[in-house]
Design a protein around this ligand. Structure first.
Ligand code: MG
Length: 313
């Protein structure tokens, strides 16, 4: 007998809303070697907002010595002409970063914990428990200031140092982030090893602890599985996905990690499914095309390449 796919999932998704969190200006540019001038970053963010992205992570208020690409976070925020209805967010590692983010007038902040102990120590120089104690302080202060907090959870699908990460561990840590007041947990495939069955397992385990509406998936396309993982996430009930225009980025502390899932590739899939994102594919392509000469290499987005705009010409 010939096996056949049930069409029910695809039919069900038609007309449903889906949210894309654009992380290119932060997660993308943070991990590119090229120095991108602040004015070009401002233009990039403004073009992404014009393309219909309503959540944009614009920068990180981290140590400029450790992450020189993000040293202009305040200048970038000051230079932005903000668009109504767009939430501009930034990553903050601690209370000092939060204070800088508040001064810059961001609409949301994000903290970054990890699901594996070794990655946590290598990435932020703290063990998981220690980091959560510090992040609880950041959460409390952010909420007192009226800012929503997003929590990244790295290495949910595998750690470059420890290998497999149990879904139950991911669920437990996601629950602890929610308890401290995080509004959304981004389950992150830091090294791009996730596959669809695993997405189903991890989201399923986590959704027992955290409402699925409060979950986002942050995927990398290292092994070519990012879009398949999006589909598995949609099937599991996730409606928020991170992506970076052009497929910018990687992770300097995760050996072998390639770029983030490209916003263009995600929007192409969502459009094809008939889902409602409010994002113009042409608009995102234009934003990537404009930035590309500043990056120093062709961007990996398949849609960008297919439109013949990936050579920086
Ligand atoms: Mg990433």
């Amino acid at each position: 007998m010939t096996p056949s796919l049930s069409p029910s999932l695809l039919v069900d998704l038609r007309g449903q809303s889906v949210q894309v969190v654009e992380v290119g200006p932060r997660d993308g540019l943070q991990n590119e070697r090229a120095h991108v001038p602040t004015a070009d970053k401002v233009a990039f963010v403004e073009q992404l907002a014009a393309a219909g992205l309503t959540r944009i992570e614009v920068s990180a208020f981290v140590s400029p010595h450790r992450v020189p690409q993000m040293a202009d976070a305040a200048a970038l925020c000051a230079g932005l002409t903000r668009r109504a209805g767009v939430r501009y967010s930034a990553l903050v590692p601690n209370l000092a970063g939060l204070r800088r983010a508040l001064s810059a007038g961001v609409d949301e902040v994000a903290i970054f914990a990890a699901a594996s102990e070794t990655f946590s120590r290598k990435n932020i120089n703290q063990g998981i428990d220690e980091s959560l104690i510090a992040y609880a302080e950041v959460c409390r202060a952010a909420r007192e200031a009226g800012l929503p907090v997003r929590g990244y959870l790295s290495t949910c699908f595998g750690c470059p140092f420890e290998g497999a990460v149990p879904p139950a561990r991911v669920a437990e840590l996601a629950g602890r982030l929610m308890e401290m007041g995080v509004r959304e947990v981004a389950l992150s495939d830091t090294i791009g090893v996730a596959h669809p069955a695993q997405v189903w397992d991890v989201v399923g385990a986590t959704a027992d602890v955290v409402p699925v509406a409060a979950l986002a998936l942050h995927l990398h396309d290292t092994r070519g599985t990012a879009l398949a993982n999006v589909l598995a996430g949609l099937e599991a009930g996730v409606r928020t996905f991170d992506a970076a225009a052009g497929g910018l980025g990687g992770c300097p502390y995760a050996p072998g990690a390639s770029g983030n899932l490209a916003t263009e590739d995600l929007v192409y899939l969502l459009d094809g499914l008939g889902m409602v994102s409010g994002i113009s594919l042409d608009g995102v392509v234009a934003a990537s095309q404009h930035l590309q000469p500043r990056i120093g290499h062709p961007m990996p987005s398949r849609v960008l390449q297919a439109t013949g705009r990936s050579t920086g010409q």
